[in-house]
Design a protein around this ligand. Structure first.
Ligand code: NAP
Ligand code: HSE
Length: 431
């Protein structure tokens, strides 16, 4: 049987998983594909390290260039992470006419346009199913299964670490720090979980999905990103009283004029919506296409096995791409959508919690500010106060980011307001 030479750059969580499952399911793969996938070179930082997944010592090298330049290697798999070296590796592989498979969302979000322009010019595809939502085949769905659809919206829980933290805060009443410590102890959060909790890991994935959906690379500077660091158990409790759950959501939409919006932030969603019951480290995405209607994807968004499953699917497609003529080199640009909306013009609904003096007339002052700025209140709760301080929890109708920023500045300046208000966004999933 014909053997396809695979070079692995990276043998960490994902790379070792790919090696392990290629061996474990070798017969299944070779019968389905009619060819063999043979790993013939592996680059790591430290070839002497003892590893849980064993591979022949002679395959290892400390130089990723050895993998790319090996004449036996026909498909290069970049699973090192990081930006600069990974970018150099992909440019070199494409230059050598070698198909690339990568799971590097940060790299694609920052350099996607440059890399896919090069891939198209050289007619060498890049596959990247593992870059978004681990084992869920969302890239293939958006790029291929929904090729005949205008994507109206994508709403996704696309970071497992933050979903685990918010789930534990909701279900066990933990505060943020305790839930983060638990996520780290369970091995879900990285030792440095910054990009998870500040929303940028999800933003990288949202940028890739939005770029695929709308045929143009979205600049990270045009994405609204807020992390979960300031979500409190108190807000989760009030959200429950309002019939909502708080999730870190990636929201991708285009309006009727083709203006795109991409945002990632903690979001109050109705508890009856299917995404509200996606808990723990699981990911899920609702994709709405104009032809297909609503669709739902659910599964594990990270980890050795689910992510290896996505990489192996790419390897199978890459192996077939070696002898087929394609028009699709991983990204199909088109000019049917406009630019991203300016962040200040993004319209949404809000949850606002304001600590105030418990005095007559304070609610009227707050409502007055909102009224002056033409922001409507859709509902309100006020827990029993201690007679001195109170909290107003307001749900606001649609308003732009600019309107709400001005409202918060004016409300904070009221003498009866005791501290900074808490603002969270609300999504009702109306098309
Ligand atoms: P990891 O466990 O840190 O593994 C990285 C591997 O790359 C290690 O084997 C390391 O060598 C090797 N490496 C790093 N820099 C290198 C260099 N300059 N030259 C040669 N080898 C180098 O990372 P991972 O979790 O597998 O993630 C890999 C990629 O997949 C990242 O882009 C990540 O964002 C993406 N991804 C990961 C997951 C997940 O669940 N982990 C899910 C989706 C996507 P040593 O082993 O010697 O240190
Ligand atoms: N850190 C990511 C998450 C995993 O928690 O979802 C890789 O994308």
């Amino acid at each position: 049987m014909k053997q396809i030479g695979i070079g692995l750059a990276g043998f960490g969580t994902v790379g070792a998983g790919v090696f392990k499952h290629l061996a474990q399911n070798r017969d299944l793969l070779s019968q389905r594909l009619g060819l063999g996938l043979a790993v013939c070179r592996i680059a790591v930082r430290d070839p002497k390290k003892t590893r849980d997944v064993k591979a022949p010592a002679e395959l290892f090298t400390a130089r990723w260039q050895d993998v790319v330049d090996d004449p036996q290697v026909q498909i290069v798999v970049e699973l090192m992470g990081g930006i600069e070296e990974a970018r150099e590796l992909i440019v070199r592989a494409i230059g050598a006419g070698k198909i690339v498979v990568t799971g590097n969302k940060a790299l694609l979000a920052e350099h996607g346009k440059e890399l896919f322009d090069l891939a198209t010019a050289k007619q060498v595809p890049i596959f990247f199913e593992a870059a978004v939502a681990g084992g869920i085949p969302i890239i293939k769905a958006v790029r291929e299964s929904f090729i005949g659809n205008h994507i109206k919206s994508i709403h996704g829980i696309i970071n497992g670490t933050t979903n685990y933290i918010l789930t534990r805060m909701t279900e066990a009443g933990l505060d943020y720090a305790a839930a983060l410590a638990e996520a780290q102890a369970q091995g879900y959060a990285e030792a440095d979980p910054t990009l998870d909790v500040n929303g940028w890991d999800a933003a990288h994935k949202a940028i890739i999905l939005a770029s695929l959906a709308y045929g143009t690379w979205i600049s990270p500077s045009k994405v609204f990103v807020e992390g979960i660091e300031k979500v409190t158990a108190r807000d989760i409790g009030f959200a429950k009283m309002l019939g909502c759950r708080i999730k870190l959501l990636g929201i991708i939409k285009a309006d009727d004029r083709g203006a795109i919006e991409v945002r990632v932030h903690p979001t109050l969603i109705p508890e009856k919506h299917v995404l509200a019951s996606v808990n723990g480290v699981f990911n899920a995405l609702c994709v709405h296409g104009d032809v297909v209607g609503e669709t739902l994807f659910y599964g594990r968004g990270a980890g050795q096995d689910p992510t290896a499953s996505a990489v192996i699917a790419d390897l199978a497609e890459a192996a077939h791409a070696l002898d087929s003529k394609r028009r699709d080199f991983g990204f199909m640009p088109h000019g049917l959508y406009g630019d991203c909306k300016p962040l200040d013009e993004i319209l949404c609904q809000y949850y606002l919690r304001i600590p105030v003096d418990d005095k007559p007339g304070v609610l009227a002052q707050v409502a007055g500010v909102l009224g002056e700025l033409n922001i409507g209140i859709s509902s309100m709760i006020q827990p029993e106060s201690d007679g001195q301080s109170a909290e107003l929890i307001l749900m606001l109708h649609d308003a732009t980011h600019a309107q709400v920023r001005e409202a918060i500045a004016r409300i904070t300046a009221l003498p009866a307001v005791e501290g900074a208000p808490t603002l969270l966004r609300v999504e009702h999933f109306t098309p």
